[in-house]
Design a binder for this molecule. Sequence first.
Ligand code: NDP
Ligand code: 2IT
Length: 446
Amino acid sequence: MDIHLQEQYDEVLRRNPGEAEFHQAVAEVFSSLGTVVAKHPHYADAAVISRLCEPERQIIFRVPWTDDNGRIHINRAFRVEFNSALGPYKGGLRFHPSVYLGIIKFLGFEQIFKNALTGLPIGGGKGGSDFDPKGRSDGEIMRFCQSLMTELYRHIGEYTDVPAGDIGVGGREIGYLFGQYKRITNRYESGVLTGKGLSWGGSRVRTEATGYGTVYFVDEMLRARGESLDGKRVTVSGSGNVAIYAIEKVHELGGTVVACSDSAGYAVDEKGIDLNLLKQVKEVRRGRISEYADLRGGDASFVADGTIWDVPADVALPCATQNELTEEGALALVKGGCQVVAEGANMPCTPEATKVFSGAGVLFAPGKAANAGGVATSALEMQQNASRDSWSFEYTEERLGNIMRGIHDRCLEAADEYGSPGDYQFGANVAGFIRVADAMLALGVI
Ligand code: NDP
Ligand code: 2IT
């Protein structure tokens, strides 16, 4: 790392103790910025990098709620409004017991550059709670969402901050959150949240967008090498929103997904994951991947130990959570002949894993580029809400495809221009940084 960047990184460590994921995300971006700051000293003069590392606003609040047995629970919720140079804060809400400030800050920091890369007018933010939705009834989920929104509503708005889903937050939760926002404010302000249902202001393709977008990105990377997904063996970790629609698009483009997972293990299905069954188990029954393997019968098996990365594949798509793909997993993938890894999740590969990929010549797409299709389609949802319009599936998907191709090209152009040709990770950091840094310079010291 460049010496001035190292000093600023040390300052980030000092000011944000105990937030390992945030440190990791900052170090990853900084590792690409040496040539940029050398070429453009005015970024340093205006303290752009120091300002970027300090969220504009951080909100932490208590969420009390009552379970079905009348017991009272207290959770903690966060909204980190990181950077609004390019537009209203934009980013999801995560409900998972592992959530603490460091996770939300890492996600919010990533979101700044991801959103910049889309070329759309959205700033970066993230939120969530340490609430564990697993095993909770619909009524409990509703009461939790209503209680959370009873505080959050005063901080958000279509021109201020626009949350959406992430781990543990899908259409059901967005519905309860939107209902409570509408009730408290007495405004049908569709643009305050994205990921809404189609009959109440949602956008077609938003549900599919992150997974589809990741696969479009892979398709583009392969095309740049004169190859395609047709006939490729693919593994996808996770079996939530991103994973399911990544699997769907891989199958549409002629690849075969032979394994997917959840936090309890993975299912191997050599004939290709049966997507209808997977959707039934995960989206309708909210069940486990072991149930998928049971219901699929002899064709599939469930493995509770080891990792999905032990399954040989041409293409691997980590779509579950941060740091799920370690050095060991990366070595196993390389051994199995993997040529492409694209992050459907946020920061799923550890720094050691990405080093293994670059050493072995594996094409690597970082999350801030490869999973940007979700937030990009959220921005398209905001456009439709602002114009009180509703676009067709075909038109919206075409817009998503163009956005993903644009991000792909922006990464390669920046990588070329700043001295690391072909390096998507480097290019994503540089292109995202320059767009947001230039806007910050224009807006003055704020
Ligand atoms: P979901 O809640 O729909 O699914 C999450 C999946 O990941 C589940 O299969 C879950 O398994 C697994 N998972 C979650 N936490 C862990 C863990 N600690 N260890 C192992 N497995 C885990 O979330 P999404 O699909 O929406 O999100 C997945 C990833 O994609 C996240 O990193 C998210 O930030 C990122 N992302 C999401 C976008 C979106 O639009 N939804 C947009 C861009 C990125 P289990 O059920 O067992 O917990
Ligand atoms: O990480 C992400 O980009 C998301 N969870 C989607 C955010 C959004 O605002 O759609």
